[in-house]
Design a protein around this ligand. Structure first.
Ligand SMILES: Nc1ncnc2c1ncn2[C@@H]1O[C@H](COP(=O)(O)OP(=O)(O)OP(=O)(O)O)[C@@H](O)[C@H]1O
Ligand SMILES: [Mg+2]
Length: 160
């Protein structure tokens, strides 16, 4: 069975993430969407919250599994039974870092390939960090993130 892994921090998921995962799901029978726990990055949303937001934003797809991991991506990929990692590429700025990660992962786990999906032009400049920055100062992020995420951002910043 062909399976792909879409890893990310998803703090929070944006329409750009949803688009890449949707498109990946059309080409693979099984797509594992894995949230990188990475507590050292001080995420705005907990692991459980990020997983719930992804499950909600991807509820229209039937071949998605939501999971999470800590540590090396190659170890998780082996446990999850996937041989392809699919990543989204936005501007040139993503390229260097993503290429580095892809080469390192291939060196650590021969046989694990990374494939890139170009960002949809509408989301080419969208990132979780930018969305958080805008929401923090009361800017409207509706239309850039799933509805549930926009609500969660409003609540988070109203509270804090
Ligand atoms: N707007 C987008 N279009 C296409 N791919 C995207 C988009 N945003 C993120 N991705 C891809 O999704 C994967 C996970 O990204 P990540 O969780 O780091 O999101 P991010 O928006 O870059 O967050 P941050 O701003 O915290 O770095 C990466 O492969 C990244 O390139
Ligand atoms: Mg990023």
């Amino acid at each position: 069975m062909t399976a792909a892994l879409c890893p990310g921090s998803f703090d929070p998921p944006t329409n750009g993430h949803i688009d890449v995962i949707e498109r990946t799901s059309r080409h693979f029978q099984r797509v594992v969407v894995a949230v990188i726990a990475n507590p050292s990055k001080h995420p705005l949303f907990s692991l459980a919250e990020r997983q719930e937001m992804l499950a909600d934003g991807l509820s229209h797809l039937t071949n998605i599994e939501i999971d999470s991991f800590d540590g090396l991506l190659v170890d998780f990929a082996r446990r999850a039974g996937v041989t392809v990692v699919v990543k989204g590429l936005r501007a040139v700025s993503d390229f260097e870092y993503e290429l580095q990660m892809a080469e390192m992962n291939a060196a650590l786990a021969p046989g694990l390939d990374t494939m890139f999906v170009t960002a949809k032009p509408a989301w080419a400049f969208l990132s979780s960090s930018l969305v958080k920055e805008v929401a923090r100062f009361g800017g409207a992020v509706e239309g850039l993130v799933p509805e549930r995420v926009a609500t969660a951002l409003k609540e988070r910043f109203a509270a804090g």
